[in-house]
Design a protein around this ligand. Structure first.
Ligand SMILES: Nc1nc2[nH]cnc2c(=O)[nH]1
Length: 437
């Protein structure tokens, strides 16, 4: 490839960046988020999905999302299946509601089609503006608490307790100590701002696990990518199964979570990189298109929804400014396809620290909620706390959207409630009536 052509297409000089810096940024972002290649199969595997197929679907959908983001939207922002929404898929929808994973995947496909339509027909601004800022922030923070809770439980630190519901675990198992080791190491690396802290923490935890005999040695390191056959196309063949109110709400949750996670992350990262002009993000449509396309393709290949990744901030922090950063990350995801045998050493003790730490990062949204306004604080609080307590992102969202019109009307602020928010109020009332009535 001619680097002059590259530098012109990606506008290196206008963006005051260089080929070398963009390569480093793409690599940095990949190192920060490459863990998802192993964590996603581990989380979705809990729902009964084939881990090998999910690994391949994760790599391919991430690569596609990053390449479209880089080449079409020209942002240094990477995309991959979101942690949090994959936990919702596995633990709430499949295990909790007993929906077969095939049907849940069909739900992701339908949500992706709606996301795509919303983006192409520019309904996106309408929705972004209709949902109160406090609720968008509460959703992000609540998901953070939810995945941290899952990580604490999977890593053996927080356990069920018949008297107090949950409690701290007895620290008698070697595997729990492995989680504690991983958590401490990763937190220290994060505090030192080492790029790829989560990845390095996972590698060290796996190595200590293998040395101590808590984790079996892998038979090889590199191999051909696992077959997609167990999951490929299942989303489309099961569309007919989406025929209940419960599943309609699951689809709505996939849509709301992905849409607001991606929109919020895009805006945050664009602010960090200095792309926001007149309070607007240029090419936001193309950026959302990158995510909706990879979510659509990902659901057909066999993974839960993709999101713009908060870890892209690490590549931006080392100077990544053009779409080439995301292209480099996307290409590295394709190389990642070769490393599937390492899945065997990435046990739940290895993934738990990643879940907890991404939870901490997502909880940073709490700081922007207007806690001093009671009418805002109550629905936000119910959303945030509702997700871990009900073990469900959609129940948390539902609690918040039911409370919001009530507290706003009671505070004399009814005029600020958008009709779409009233619509969601009734949708979630019906959801609760059907599920728990
Ligand atoms: N924005 C965002 N970043 C992530 N990093 C890991 N998982 C996620 C996610 O679900 N959303």
């Amino acid at each position: 490839m001619n680097s002059n052509w590259l530098s012109r297409y990606f506008q290196f000089s206008e963006l005051k960046t260089t080929f070398g810096r963009e390569m480093l940024a793409g690599l940095t972002t990949f190192i920060s988020m490459g863990y998802i290649l192993f964590v996603n199969p581990s989380v979705l595997g809990a729902s009964g999905m084939d881990k090998g197929a999910v690994f391949t679907a994760t790599a391919l959908s991430s690569a596609l999302g990053c390449l479209i983001m880089g080449i079409v939207a020209k942002y240094p922002i990477a995309i991959a299946p979101g942690l949090g929404v994959n936990a919702f898929f596995a633990f709430s929808v499949v295990i909790g509601m007993k929906v077969p994973w095939q049907t849940a995947l069909a739900g992701v496909f339908i949500a992706a089609v709606i996301f795509f339509i919303i983006t192409v027909f520019k309904i996106r601004e309408l929705i972004i503006n209709a949902i109160p800022q406090s609720m968008k922030l509460a959703m992000a923070a609540g998901i953070g608490l939810f995945i941290a809770f899952i990580g604490l439980n999977e890593g053996g630190l927080i356990v069920a307790n018949k008297d107090t519901l949950v409690s701290f675990a007895m620290l008698t198992k070697g595997t729990t100590w492995l989680t504690i080791f991983g958590l401490i190491v990763t937190v220290i690396l994060m505090c030192r701002k080492i790029p790829g802290s989560i990845f390095i923490g996972m590698a060290l935890t796996s190595i200590v696990g293998m040395i101590s005999g808590l984790i079996p040695l892998p038979s090889q390191i590199i191999s051909a990518a696992p077959s997609l056959a167990p999951t490929f196309g299942v989303a489309i063949t099961h569309i007919g199964a989406i025929n209940t109110v419960q599943l309609a709400v699951v689809v709505l949750t996939f849509l709301l979570v992905t849409f607001f996670d991606t929109a919020g992350t895009l805006i945050g990262l664009a602010e960090q990189a200095g792309f926001i002009k007149d309070n607007k993000m240029p090419r936001v449509g193309q950026a959302l298109l990158a995510d909706s396309s990879s979510m659509l393709v990902g659901s057909v290949l066999g993974t839960s929804p993709t999101s713009a990744y908060i870890e892209s901030s690490t590549g931006i922090a080392v100077g990544g400014r053009s779409g080439f950063t995301a292209v480099v990350t996307g290409i590295l995801f394709l190389f990642g396809l070769l490393f599937s045998p390492l899945l065997a050493v990435v046990t739940s003790q290895v993934t738990a620290p990643a879940l907890i730490i991404v939870g901490v990062l997502m909880a940073s949204a709490l700081k922007k909620i207007e806690w001093d306004k009671f009418e805002i604080a109550v629905p936000a609080f119910l959303t945030v706390l509702g997700m871990p307590l009900t073990y469900s992102i959609s129940d948390g969202i539902a609690l918040g959207f039911i409370a919001y019109p009530i507290t706003m009307i009671a505070s004399g602020r009814a005029k600020e409630i958008h009709p779409i928010v009233y619509g969601l109020f009734f949708v979630f009332i019906i959801f609760f009536a059907v599920l728990f009535g």
